[in-house]
Design a protein around this ligand. Structure first.
Ligand code: SAH
Ligand code: SF4
Ligand code: F3S
Length: 438
C-alpha cells in the first residue's frame, strides 16, 4: 500500500496553487494524498513568512502535532516561504520537523520523503531562476470543480523595503504562454468556468514577446463562458493595454486588486513602491474611465517605520477618495533580512499601530457598506458556486466584480451562470434573488 501524505496550506493564493503542484509531484511518485491527517504518514505544511503572526501560527501548529508523533508516527515537513527563510534553522528550533523544502525545490520532495523514511533529515532550499513547474498538471486540491488557480509567474524582485517575498521566492520568471492557455483549455473542457491567473506581480508577466495583456487576451479568447481573473497586480505595471484588453472581453472579471500600501508619498518612497499617490490615483482614474463597472480592492500597511499622524491621515484620505470595494489591512511587522530591518527602525509603538489599523478598518467597513447599499436593485450575472454556509436553502456565487451574492436556490445549479437581483446587503455580502428571465 502506498504511503499517505496530508498537505496543509497557509498564506497566499500562490501557496494554495503550489500545494496543488506538490500534490501532483507526490502522486506521480507513488504517494497517496490523504483526505484527513489521521490517515497520514507525512504532513506537509506549506507556510507563509509575510508577517510574524503568520510564522507564529505555523510554529504553534508544528508543536501541537507533536502529540501525534510517537515511534513510527507522523513525520512533519515544512514547505514554502518559512522553509526558505529559515532553512535548516527551522529544524533546529522545531526539532520535531523532519525536513524543510523551499518553493523552487518541490521536485525534490519524493527524494526528501524517502530520505526521511531512512532516518535522514534534510533541507532543500535552493532557489531557481527558471523553475515554473509549467509541465506539471496540478491536482485540484482546493477546488470545487468550478474555479481553479493557474500560476503563471513566480518570484519578485521589486524589493519593497518591508517585504520578505523577494528572499523567499527568488527572481521573477514567467511560464510559456502556450502552457498557460493549454491548462486553461483543459480546465474549461472538464467543466471549470473560472480561472485565476496568479503571480506575486502578475502584470509583470513576460515570456519572449508575450506580455500580460496579450496573455490575458489569449486566455479570455478560449471561450466567453470561461471567466478569467488575476492577482496580484502592482500599480507600477498596470498599463492601459491591460485595461483595454479587459474592456474588450466581457469574461475578464471587472475586479482589480491594486495594493497601495500607504496614502503618503513619504511612506511610499521609504517603502520603495516606485509610485506616488498622484500616479496611483491616475491609475484608478484610468480603471474608472475604461472599465466603469470595475471594482477596486487593495492592501494597506499601518505603522510602517517613521509613519506620522499626517501620513496616517493621508492613508485615510486616500481610502475616502478611492472608495475601495474591499481591503486587506495589516499592521507593519518587521521582517529579518529586509532593507527596513537593517536601515529603518520599527519605531511605531504597537498600540499606535493597532489604533491606526482600527481606524482604517472602521472607515473601510463604512465605505464597503455604502458601496454595497448602492448595489440594491441592480442585477448581476453570477457564477453559482455552491451552498451558502449558513443555509442549505440558499446558494452563493460571485459577480464579475468578485462580490459574493447569496440567494434562494430555486432551480439554480452550481457551475452555471444565473442572473441575480440584489435585494439587500451587509458590508461583506449582497443578498438577492434569481430573476426568471434567464
Ligand atoms: N506582491 C503583492 C503583495 C504580496 S504580500 C504586491 O506587491 O502588491 C501581500 C501583502 O502583505 C502586501 O500587499 C502588504 O500589504 C502586506 N505585507 C507585506 N509585507 C508586510 C510586512 N512586513 N508587514 C505587514 N504587512 C506586510
Ligand atoms: Fe513584496 Fe513588494 Fe514584491 Fe509585493 S512587490 S511581493 S510587496 S516586494
Ligand atoms: Fe506568504 Fe510567501 Fe505568499 S510569504 S504571502 S506565502 S509568497
Amino acid at each position: 500500500m502506498s504511503e499517505k501524505v496530508y498537505i496543509e496550506t497557509y498564506g497566499c493564493q500562490m501557496n494554495f496553487a503550489d500545494s496543488e503542484v506538490v500534490g501532483s509531484i507526490l502522486r506521480e511518485a507513488g504517494y497517496t494524498l490523504a483526505a484527513t491527517l489521521d490517515e497520514a504518514a507525512y504532513v506537509l505544511i506549506n507556510t507563509c513568512a509575510i508577517r510574524d503572526n503568520a510564522e507564529q501560527r505555523v510554529r504553534h501548529r508544528v508543536r501541537e502535532l507533536r502529540s501525534r508523533q510517537g515511534r513510527g508516527g507522523l513525520r512533519i515537513g515544512v514547505l514554502g516561504c518559512m522553509a526558505e527563510r529559515l532553512q535548516s534553522r527551522l529544524m533546529e528550533e522545531e526539532d520535531n520537523v523532519s525536513f524543510v523544502c523551499g518553493p523552487d525545490a518541490y521536485r525534490r520532495l519524493p527524494d526528501l520523503l524517502r530520505g526521511v523514511a531512512e532516518g535522514r533529515k534534510a533541507a532543500e532550499v535552493e532557489l531557481s531562476t527558471t523553475e515554473t513547474y509549467a509541465d506539471i498538471e496540478p491536482v485540484r486540491l482546493a477546488s470545487n470543480g468550478i474555479s481553479a488557480y493557474i500560476s503563471i509567474m513566480r518570484g519578485c524582485q521589486n524589493y519593497c523595503t518591508y517585504c520578505v517575498v523577494p528572499y523567499t521566492r527568488g527572481r521573477e520568471r514567467s511560464r510559456d504562454p502556450r502552457t498557460v492557455v493549454a491548462e486553461a483549455e483543459g480546465l474549461f473542457a472538464r467543466g471549470y468556468r473560472e480561472v485565476t491567473l496568479l503571480g506575486q506581480n502578475v502584470n509583470s508577466y513576460r515570456h519572449g514577446d508575450t506580455g500580460f495583456a496579450a496573455l490575458m487576451d489569449a486566455v479570455a479568447s478560449i471561450d466567453p463562458g470561461l471567466r478569467v481573473r488575476f492577482a496580484t497586480s502592482h500599480p507600477k505595471d498596470l498599463g492601459d493595454d491591460l485595461l483595454e484588453v479587459m474592456a474588450s472581453h466581457t469574461n475578464i472579471c471587472r475586479c482589480i486588486h491594486l495594493p497601495v500600501q500607504s496614502g503618503s508619498d513619504r511612506m511610499l518612497k521609504m517603502m520603495n513602491r516606485k509610485y506616488t499617490v498622484e500616479w496611483y490615483l491616475g491609475r484608478v482614474e484610468a480603471i474608472r474611465r475604461l472599465l466603469p463597472d470595475c471594482s477596486v480592492t487593495t492592501d494597506v500597511i499601518a505603522g510602517f517605520s517613521g509613519e506620522t499622524e499626517d501620513d496616517h491621515q493621508a492613508t485615510l484620505d486616500l481610502f475616502r477618495r478611492v472608495r475601495y470595494d474591499y481591503a486587506y489591512m495589516f499592521k507593519y511587522s518587521q521582517r529579518e533580512g529586509t532593507y527596513a530591518s537593517r536601515h529603518l527602525p520599527d519605531d511605531i509603538p504597537d498600540e499606535v499601530k493597532t489604533r491606526r489599523l482600527n481606524e482604517i478598518i472602521a472607515l473601510q467597513g463604512q465605505i464597503a457598506l455604502e458601496n454595497n447599499r448602492r448595489e440594491v436593485g441592480r442585477e448581476y450575472e453570477v457564477l453559482v458556486e455552491g451552498e451558502s454556509h449558513r443555509s442549505k436553502e440558499r446558494l452563493f456565487g460571485r459577480n464579475s466584480q468578485n462580490k459574493v451574492l447569496v440567494f434562494d436556490r430555486g432551480d439554480a445549479q452550481p457551475g452555471t451562470y444565473r442572473t441575480v437581483r440584489v435585494d439587500d446587503c451587509t458590508a461583506a455580502t449582497l443578498l438577492g434573488s434569481l430573476t426568471h428571465n434567464n
